[in-house]
Design a protein around this ligand. Structure first.
Ligand SMILES: *Cc1c(COP(=O)(O)O)cnc(C)c1O
Length: 349
């Protein structure tokens, strides 16, 4: 493989020195130290001090759970910030391009536009699988990143190891695997293969399986070299103190997370069964995530009928290959019952 990070990093970023914050310069705080370095208000209220810019204790807990050393982890204000940092570190505006595979997560396109980066869109197959040859053929010398979302939003399927491997091994640039839904999947995370591929970046989030969309915590795993570049350009205090505290509490209670994942998976199976009884659901796509994509007779009609009954789902009919599809998040048993009841009650229209 010809992958060389020096050829990937944006020229201005390669030369950039990180801002050194007051908290960066004094890491090893002991109890009797007096901190008069950051112009903080000295009266304690739990958040009067700046947060740890390296989020060391959160990373240590994640490291223990995921088996990735802390110097290969970067945290951000949601995956959205993590993905934006990746664009800004590696893509030269008006010069470079990125590849992604619609229908997929809308933020890749938004972030590309925001950063003035050209996009190449290679549609997935009819079964929402990667078309490896077409994807590799779309790459040119200015392609910096290929985004793979697995399990994919909105289709719900995870890509096979073989297909992902073909992209990761077939491309000299960066491959980002967005594993936001990996905890719901039968497929293994690519984290174990992180050290085998210097061009691999894996993003995860606490927003889905971990049940913490409100705190905004996104996670990026990659080589030490890639993480070093991202650390250099991130805002120093990008993950606030409250977020770090709540994340730690949750990570220390990982059994709770696992129990919730198990009940969501059980509910997903129940929901799949019930959806088969809805006459106008013509297709149900297999899900490796906490949502199910279904094809119906008229997505706009069914969407507004459900809305009238107080149930909000996602209408994906305008997305590539998703004509007349609806995306249904798996809720609690009660919520799913309400959904099915509503779906059945409107079937006569
Ligand atoms: C929900 C989701 C995320 C999570 O984004 P956050 O900013 O971490 O909340 C990331 N990627 C995909 C594909 C998603 O669907």
């Amino acid at each position: 493989m010809k992958f060389d990070l020096n050829n990937i990093v944006r020229k201005n970023i390669a030369k950039l020195k990180a801002y050194s914050s007051a908290r960066d310069e004094f890491e090893e705080a002991t109890a009797d130290m007096v901190f008069l370095d950051a112009n903080e208000n000295p009266f304690q209220n739990g958040v009067n001090r700046y947060p740890d810019p390296k989020q060391q204790s959160v990373k240590e807990l994640l490291s223990g759970l995921k088996g990735v050393p802390t110097n290969q982890i970067l945290l951000g204000n949601g995956s959205d910030e993590v993905l934006d940092l990746i664009f800004r570190a590696f893509c030269e505006p008006k010069e470079d391009n990125v590849v992604f595979l619609p229908p997929t997560y809308g933020m890749y396109g938004v972030l590309a536009a925001l950063n003035n980066i050209e996009t190449k869109e290679v549609f997935l197959s009819d079964y929402f699988d990667i078309r490896v040859e077409e994807t590799l053929a779309s790459i040119n010398e200015n392609t910096k990143i290929v985004f793979l979302c697995s399990p994919n939003n909105p289709s719900g399927n995870a890509f096979s190891e073989e297909k992902i491997k073909a992209i990761v091994e077939g491309f000299d640039g960066l491959v980002v695997i967005d594993e936001a839904y990996i905890d719901f999947s039968g497929q293994e995370s690519w984290l174990k293969k992180l050290n085998a591929y210097p061009n691999l970046i894996i993003t995860q989030t606490l927003s889905k399986a971990f049940g913490m969309a409100g705190i905004r915590l996104g996670v990026c795993y990659a080589s030490e070299e890639i993480i070093e570049v991202l650390n250099r350009i991130k805002p120093p205090y990008n993950v606030n103190e409250l977020t770090q505290q709540r994340a730690k509490e949750r990570l220390l209670n990982f059994e709770d997370v696992q129990n919730e994942i198990q009940s969501i998976l059980k509910e997903r199976a129940n929901l799949e069964k019930s959806l088969k009884t809805v006459s106008y659901v013509s297709k149900m796509y297999p899900s490796d995530a906490n949502f199910i994509l279904v094809k119906v007779d008229d997505a706009n009609l069914r969407y507004s009928q459900l809305l009238e009954k107080g149930i909000v789902i996602r209408n994906r009919t305008t997305q590539a290959l998703c004509e007349n599809t609806l995306r249904l998040t798996v809720g609690t048993a009660e919520e799913n019952e309400k959904l099915i009841k509503a779906l059945l009650s409107i079937s006569k229209y």
